[in-house]
Design a protein around this ligand. Structure first.
Ligand code: GLU
Length: 438
């Protein structure tokens, strides 16, 4: 036990120099994250001494990913792995394949993982990775070579006890299988715990694929309960029909809610009578697009925001609810399946209009929660049943919701600020207790 006094909430003696890669006015999602940290700082008390820790990632790796294309040429892609914080445990977070991936985006996503993991009290820090590529234009073989080369390049920093990747936008269990195999080949032993979201036959967890959507449902339903809104017949609009939006739509539908609109990259459909998400998924698989589903009408992309619903689930990408459209939202509850879909300016507008936002760092934490279960199962080589996984997930999400709701009521703040208060306090407490090395 140290006898030294703990640091007081004093101003740093020297201003913090801003690292060159942060010194830009066009930082996109990272600027949004910094604004969220600014908002929480007054609530951190003496721990705000350490707040600068949250404002810069611990470690950033930018890698070149060259691959042979099927046409015999070589293509180079830009890859990233960012470890935002490891105060509470190894870095943890997904890998995204998308043409718009930037360093600023991956930095923000890694920071949101730090906050998310701490908000629901998983023993992890935060990390994220990405490759700047539109995977739709590439064959399975090309994607496998891309994944294997990327995994080798980031092999310097990942590992079951260091940094554990997982699926995110446009990556899936097959990609995780390639990552696990590549890491294992490079280290000379099969190491299932290096990634989560693997196929069940390779050490993956039952319940992982629907886990994020299930968490969206559980936290959304808890919010509705607090607001006295019935689930039966509630109208739900979903943006994004990938792993998260699709599962959330199915689970809300199964619970008696009505899916009145779906938007994805291929189009927007609506039906006041309700869309069956199972049929919609079949239709998308066979026709390649969501529009022209029998019984639905086609809307323009922008008209999606005018659909009347009780619950709105942005489950696509960042920056969807902005100052430009937040005033049009008619839902009473927004449940963020995506990471970073709402800008701080939109948060303010929604709050003024009495819309409850269940923030990403809580609402979509179901995925990483079951990733944690998977990692624990891999370490112990003992696997749980799907019923056990779902019950544990639901209990953890309900308890996290209840404690963040209580904090938001006590301080009179939004659920997002409450989640940041709880999470940043946990991260900075760990930071303070560990102390600065050397
Ligand atoms: N990509 C997911 C997220 O944003 C899951 C991360 C994980 O399971 O590590 O939370």
């Amino acid at each position: 036990m140290t006898t030294e006094p703990l640091p007081q909430n004093a101003a740093p003696t020297r201003p913090h120099a801003i690292p060159s890669y942060l010194d830009s006015t066009h930082l996109g999602p990272w600027a949004i994250y910094l604004e969220q940290v600014e908002r929480v700082t007054p609530y951190l008390g003496k721990l705000s001494y350490w707040v600068e820790t949250l404002k810069r990632p611990k470690r950033i790796l930018i890698v070149d990913v060259p691959i042979h294309l099927d046409n015999g040429t070589v293509a180079h892609f830009e890859g990233y792995r960012v470890q935002h914080n490891t105060s509470r445990g190894p870095a943890k977070g997904g890998v995204r394949y998308h043409q718009d991936v930037t360093l600023s985006e991956v930095m923000a996503l890694s920071a949101w993982m730090t906050v998310k993991n701490a908000a629901v009290n998983l023993p992890y820090g935060g990390g994220k990775g990405g490759i700047r590529i539109d995977p739709r234009g590439y064959s399975q073989g090309e994607l496998e070579r891309l994944t294997r080369r990327y995994t080798t390049e980031i092999g310097l920093v990942i590992g079951p006890e260091k940094d554990i990747p997982a699926p995110d936008v446009n990556t899936n269990p097959q990609v995780m299988a390639w990552m696990m195999d590549t890491y294992s080949m490079n280290t000379g032993k099969t190491s299932t715990g290096v990634v989560t979201g693997k196929p069940v036959s390779l050490g993956g967890s039952l319940g992982r694929s629907d886990a994020t959507g299930r968490g969206v449902f559980v936290t959304g339903a808890e919010a509705m309960k607090k607001l006295g809104m019935p689930l039966e017949g509630a109208r739900v609009a979903v943006q994004g029909f990938g792993n998260v939006g699709n599962a959330a739509a199915r689970i809300f539908h199964d619970a008696g809610a009505r899916i009145v609109a779906i938007q994805d990259v291929t189009g927007t459909i609506a039906s006041e009578a309700g869309i069956d998400p199972y049929t919609a998924l079949e239709h998308l698989k066979t026709t390649g697009r969501i529009v022209d589903l029998p019984g639905s009408e086609t809307l323009t992309q922008d008209e999606f925001w005018d659909v009347t619903s009780e619950v709105l689930i942005p489950a696509a990408l960042e920056n969807q609810l902005t100052a430009d459209n937040a005033g049009r939202i008619r839902a009473r509850v927004v449940v963020e399946g995506a990471n970073g879909p709402t800008t701080p300016a939109a948060d303010d507008i929604l709050r003024e209009r009495g819309v409850t936002v269940v923030p990403d760092v809580l609402a979509n934490a179901g995925g990483v929660t079951v990733s944690y279960f998977e990692w624990v199962q891999d370490f112990s080589s003992f696997f749980w049943t799907e019923a056990e996984i779902n019950a544990r997930l639901e209990r953890l999400m309900r308890e996290a919701f209840a404690s963040l709701w209580e904090v938001s009521q006590r301080h009179g703040v939004t659920l997002r600020t409450a989640a940041f208060i709880v999470a940043c306090t946990r991260v900075l407490e760990a930071r303070q207790l560990r102390g600065l090395y050397p």
